[in-house]
Ligand binder design. Structure first.
Ligand code: LLP
Length: 380
């Protein structure tokens, strides 16, 4: 099986993002079915893809929203997410962003430092409100993923380190406009070794007991996001194994009666539903290398340039036997390379190329570098 582009899109100006809404719906159905038995509350991480047609479907499927900026909080509300289904994380929330989220009366702030808690307290007091807060802890658990998207190690900037936690918790007494309702952790993204979620669960179990000994009963635990997808085989594994993911927490996280467990998934929800479609501008053969030069580049999809990440690439116009190509974009940087020595059906100028699994962290990370125009989004 290979990628099928709906016929009506074959003559669209390229590059464009194509979103398969039927696959998104199937993914959401699988996700909500897997979350239901354990009553997991799923918040979609808007940072992965914040296009309104996608958000509206996700909201209609009953998910909440996980935001990391004032802009994302606003977008979530525009898309119809109820404020009490919105959480707001981030290591550097500005006063304006906090004020906006307080005014909207969102469900919870995931707070990452003492100074942030103090600011939350002051700004909430000024609005005559109480900020509900989950402490984002840095559990020092290795997510076994790319260094740039590892967030739960002591060396990372995220969360409150375990050695500081006692001081932070004791200090809460002096913050009357902050209400502690939970613990939060997010250890990284594109996690494929699910046992790391067992390690995270064990750490949270210890911390909960420790907090209870200090008189804090927490109604909420938020274990973050991070479930990875299969970039190598998007057609064989279009939908992540949500059952196995929730199973790790069912098995290893010790929940208190009536305690709610929240997750914040981004990539696993939207990645496989998005494809970057581009046209081959030129095929250039040097002595060493055969280049397929596309009209899409790192401005549309920066993941290969930034993380060296793999996206499956197909020539969807050619039926010819395969040859090896370096697939590159038009941007003035050598890092503007999607793949090296990849096998593609023999490629000619004008062929359409599909760059798969681009629904998450694709369009949202695009830029106008080189004064490029924004690629359109097409849905079906
Ligand atoms: N919650 C928090 C606090 C996060 O920082 C993130 C992602 C998520 C949830 C959602 O994680 P997911 O389920 O999508 O793995 N640009 C990178 C990924 C950065 C992820 C940042 N945080 C990439 O293209 O791989």
């Amino acid at each position: 099986m290979s990628f099928q582009l709906p016929a009506e899109f074959k003559s669209q100006p390229t590059p464009f993002y194509y979103y398969d809404l039927a696959l998104l719906d199937q993914t959401l159905a699988a996700l909500t079915a897997a979350a239901r038995p354990g009553n997991f509350q799923v918040h979609y991480a808007l940072k992965a893809n914040s296009n309104l047609p996608i958000l509206q479907r996700i909201q209609q499927a009953g998910l909440g929203a996980d935001c990391v900026s004032g802009g994302e909080v606003q977008r979530a509300l525009e898309a119809g997410f109820a404020p009490n289904h919105v959480v707001f994380a981030g290591v550097g929330k500005s006063d304006a962003e906090i004020n906006r989220a307080l005014a909207a009366d969102i469900f919870c702030f995931n707070a990452e430092s003492v100074p942030e808690l103090q600011v939350l307290n002051e700004l909430a007091a000024a609005q005559g409100r109480t900020a509900r807060v989950a402490l984002r802890i840095n559990p020092n658990v290795d997510a076994h993923t790319h260094a740039y998207i590892t967030t739960g190690l002591e060396a990372n900037k995220f969360g409150i380190s375990l050695s500081d936690l006692a001081g932070v918790v004791d200090g809460l007494d002096s913050l009357p406009n902050v209400e502690l309702i939970g613990l939060h952790a997010h250890i990284g993204s594109q996690i494929t070794e699910l046992h790391v979620f067992a390690n995270l669960s064990r750490k949270l179990n210890e911390l909960q007991t420790w907090l209870e000994d200090r008189g804090h009963q927490l109604p909420h635990l938020n274990v973050g996001g991070g479930l990875g997808i299969d970039y190598q085989h998007p057609d064989t594994n279009p939908i992540p194994d949500f059952g196995a993911y929730f199973g790790m927490f069912e098995q290893h996280l010790v929940r208190r009666p009536s305690q709610q467990v929240h997750v914040e998934l981004g990539r696993a929800v939207v990645a496989q539903a998005g494809t970057l479609v581009s046209r081959v501008l030129y095929v250039k053969e040097s002595q060493q290398t055969r280049f397929a030069i596309l009209d899409a580049g790192m401005t549309e999809l920066i993941r290969p340039a930034l993380y060296g990440s793999h996206h499956h690439i197909e020539n969807i116009s050619s039926q010819l036997p395969a040859l090896a190509y370096d697939v590159v974009g038009p941007i003035c940087e050598s890092s503007d390379t999607f793949a090296k020595a990849v096998q593609l059906a023999e490629t000619r100028r004008g062929d359409l190329v599909a760059i798969r699994s681009a629904g998450a962290y694709g369009e949202v990370m695009s830029s106008s570098y080189n004064l490029r125009e924004k690629a359109e989004a097409l849905y079906r």
